[in-house]
Design a binder for this molecule. Structure first.
Ligand SMILES: Cc1ncc(COP(=O)(O)O)c(C=O)c1O
Length: 439
């Protein structure tokens, strides 16, 4: 379970194995993580707080002791069984080269696609693998072909920067008006729904809405189905940015009631960096253009909507191991644990002097990510200084987030390997920084 277990130590046996077998990339069963006890049973709250179980989960991760990493929103560290599978697949691909890629990669990639589709609740024909959510969403936003000059497209301040850019680019590309509005802060379920209703009402020419399931700025979890339904009733399509949600939040794609969605697999599913997928509901494929006129696949095949070129084979081949671990721990248990960890620190600092928590406690409106702001500190320099103080003074890693209408903030993102003691350290540091007396 240590990173010192290098490729070279078991290189000979790996090579022997590859030479003996014909190419068997996905022949090894997507393993169940050894050493992980059966999950405790009972209510979600009890499972989420079960020390023995989550200590065993933490044991699956090799993580630097140099810092308490509460910046797990960038991408997800691979659990050790997944990391080992990635190395095995990297070795195999490097050893076999085109002998593997020309004969077997196509079928293996199809197996990966089927596995991901089944896990997210889609048909395989409704998803296509990408290198991440960015690629998926750019292809959806850029490829959406129902816009006409004079139409409007809509997005909010909390949406991801590069997706905002992609929406802005529609101005020149499709001749549309681009409208941006603000999500209220502090938010409630009703105030968010009202803000979207008002924005749609005020912009009757809107034909396309960009919506983000989990905001990377504040962690706010949007009531997606309600908003998408509201849009659909006005003849407006929604493209959903689910980069942060699947694996952190427990859902199946049909529950979102959105026809176009971009996903990541390298955040909360824990696959190697460089893989995601797009979802297009079966009967909506014609509304997204082929990627740069792709001719490798039929126009009726969703794979013609993504033309990446040569990809990192091992990254894709490792996805089943990541999905298997996600399913072994369970989407509901992961969601409950991450919310428990978020509640653990938020409930302790909410009363602190001069701390604003940007994400509401309302059930369903948050997951692992939550941002805070020190009162009045809305600029870059102040927030950078606090992030630096936490990192250099207390060995706690967080990240500054910009783009929230009311000002910049600091995002705190625990992961499955985070323990209560890690969060106690954050709480103590914030007590000192804010001058709050505790105990
Ligand atoms: C909300 C959101 N959308 C899109 C992305 C882009 O994901 P990636 O860079 O993995 O493609 C991110 C990444 O952090 C994100 O948080």
């Amino acid at each position: 379970m240590h990173l010192t277990e290098t490729i070279s130590t078991d290189r000979r046996s790996i090579l022997k194995g590859f030479a003996a077998a014909a190419v068997t990339a996905l022949a090894a069963p997507a393993m169940a993580a050894e050493g992980l006890p059966a999950q405790p049973t009972g209510a979600a709250a009890a499972i989420a707080a079960d020390k023995a179980y989550w200590t065993a989960v933490k044991g699956l991760y090799a993580v630097t002791p140099d810092v308490v990493n509460l910046e797990n929103g960038f991408w997800g560290i691979m659990a050790e069984p997944v990391r080992r599978e990635f190395i095995r697949q990297s070795d195999m691909v490097n050893y076999q080269n085109s002998y593997y890629a020309r004969q077997r990669a196509g079928a293996d990639f199809e197996a990966v696609r089927a596995k991901v589709a089944q896990a997210v609740g889609a048909a395989p024909e409704e998803i296509a693998l990408t290198r991440g959510a960015t690629e998926a969403l750019q292809l959806l936003i850029g490829g959406y072909n129902k816009l006409k000059p004079g139409d409007s497209v809509l997005y909010a301040d909390l949406d991801y920067d590069s997706m905002q850019y992609a929406m802005n680019a529609l101005r020149a590309r499709r001749g549309v008006d681009v409208v941006k509005f603000e999500v209220p802060e502090p938010a409630t379920r009703q105030s968010v729904l009202d803000a979207y209703a008002r924005a749609l009402e005020a912009n009757p020419k809107t034909r396309l809405l960009l919506l983000t399931h989990v905001s990377h700025r504040t962690g706010l979890v949007m009531p997606v189905a309600e908003i998408a339904r509201m849009a659909k009733a006005r003849g407006i399509d929604t493209i959903l940015d689910a980069a942060h949600s699947w694996g952190q939040i427990d859902f199946r794609v049909g529950e979102l009631e959105v026809d176009f969605v971009g996903f990541n697999l390298h955040k909360w599913i824990g696959a190697p960096v460089g893989v995601g997928f797009l979802y297009i509901r079966k009967d909506r494929l014609a509304d997204i253009d082929r990627d740069m006129g792709d001719e490798d696949f039929a126009e009726s095949d969703i794979r013609s909507r993504v033309h990446t070129g040569t990809v990192n084979f091992a990254t894709v081949l490792t996805v089943p191991a990541a999905v298997a671990l996600h399913q072994q721990i369970g989407a509901a248990a992961k969601q409950a644990r991450l919310r428990y960890l978020r509640d653990y620190w938020v409930s302790r600092v909410r009363g602190f002097k001069d701390i604003e928590i940007l994400t509401p406690d309302e059930p369903g409106l948050y997951g692992a990510l939550t941002s805070f702001r020190l009162a009045g500190k809305t600029g870059k320099a102040d927030n950078d200084a606090t992030v630096a103080k936490l990192r250099d003074g207390y060995k706690i890693l967080t990240v500054r987030r910009a783009g929230v209408a009311k000002g910049q903030c600091i995002r705190v993102t625990p992961a499955l390997y985070t323990e209560e003691a890690d969060l106690d350290r954050l709480v103590e540091a914030l007590a000192i920084i804010t001058g709050t007396k505790t105990g």
